[in-house]
Design a protein around this ligand. Sequence first.
Ligand SMILES: [Fe+2]
Ligand SMILES: [Fe+2]
Length: 336
Amino acid sequence: MAPAATPTQRKDVDPVEDPAGRARFDELITADQRVEPTDWMPDAYRKTLVRQVSQHAHSEIIGMQPEGNWITRAPSLKRKAILMAKVQDEAGHGLYLYSAAQTLGVTRDRMTEDLISGKAKYSSIFNYPTPTWADMGSIGWLVDGAAICNQVPLCRASYGPYARAMVRICKEESFHQRQGFEILLHLSRGTKEQHEMAQESVNRWYAPALMMFGPPDADSPNSAQSMAWNIKRFSNDDLRQRFVDMIVPQAEVLGLTLPDPDLKWNEERGHYDYGELDWNEFSEVLKGRGPANAIRLERRRQAHEGGAWVREAAAAYAERRRAMAEKASAEKVQAA
Ligand SMILES: [Fe+2]
Ligand SMILES: [Fe+2]
């Protein structure tokens, strides 16, 4: 049997010339079923997914940096072990997602090149610095918390490899959120200085975490198409509201306040109202002018260059194994 066509091979098929493929795709989407790599898909669907999944992968990898730089300074052996496990999880998330993106026909080299050249985007939250230990708590509680709200619906995304990667990622993210919450709880109930450190950190991370859901629905032009394709399930504002409703009672348990004077329960809506966010800041950070954009990219570039010998060694090893296997099979033929 001939091997199934890979997405790369099928890319040259003109969408117009494959009406059966299009009908099947529409059927899958209408029935809310999964599209798999060997299925025909519209070019725009493939492009949207390549962009979203690769950006997501880049975010996981760049996201290792703000916490990675606290591993050597963690306040205890236990905290160090937990933080190392967490940062390692993020590397794993990046790998699952790069693999999912590869099933759409884009190469890992291409994605890496786009990231280190500054062409590709990643979540702007990772362009904020982490000056205190409490930031490890805020990132876990707020950043991983917002990631969960965003990502749980993606476990039902229409593209199979992406949806399946998200299932495992979400399980690990909920551990991340709990460890962040626990760090803040510990600090909040500690000395006066520790409590203040926790509060100061939450003050800095609250608004950027809310902006992780993307611009308001009215300014989010691609959302409608992504929702029609069952990639996105809820709008940016709906997800942001869910997140706010989730963290307000959690902040009370922590004994910390959220830095928003407009935050209050709205009986009529059955949700918390919250204040305007500074979208100018968001767009500045997104354009590469955030507090740590340059340093994040530079580190990533250095890590890639520093890892060149590992890639070369792995390729040389694979080549030697291939040559040995070839020689062994030639000898077998000769002996027979
Ligand atoms: Fe992650
Ligand atoms: Fe995480």
